[in-house]
Design a protein around this ligand. Sequence first.
Ligand SMILES: [Fe+2]
Length: 168
Amino acid sequence: MYTSFQELATNVSHRRVASLSKKSGNHLLAKMCGLVAADEARHANAYKHFVTRIFELDPSEMMLAFEDMMKRKIVMPAHFLRESGMKISELWAHFSDAAQRCMVYTTQDYIDILISLIKEWGIEEISGLNNEAEKARDYLMNLPQRLQRLSERIKIPEKQYEFKWLSV
Ligand SMILES: [Fe+2]
């Protein structure tokens, strides 16, 4: 479940870095990021296929797993980024803000990925769920709209943190 989401997220972010690199004239970096993005799309397809199969075998447990994962939130990409003298959570917040400001990976991408997975696995139409899994389905079906409302209220900080590995 996690990897289905995560591979789609890294596909988006590498694709965006590729087009930013192309625009700024770094064609080699653009090519590398494009190749990685294409790989990530293939990985996503594999994981999505596994999940489709598990939904056929055990729809209730798979539905609960999807709900559980979305409740924990998918913090990606670069969650384990490190820099000396900096708390990991703080550094990641700066990185995530920068990614949003450059439109490399945004809250809207997160919501769009969630919607695409709900469609891909036909969450709305899955039958044979137990009561708990029915509730999980309701939660998942309402989640994109809830996140959309939240994201409209979020303001990305203007402050631009200087990452040490980018300093000249
Ligand atoms: Fe991957």
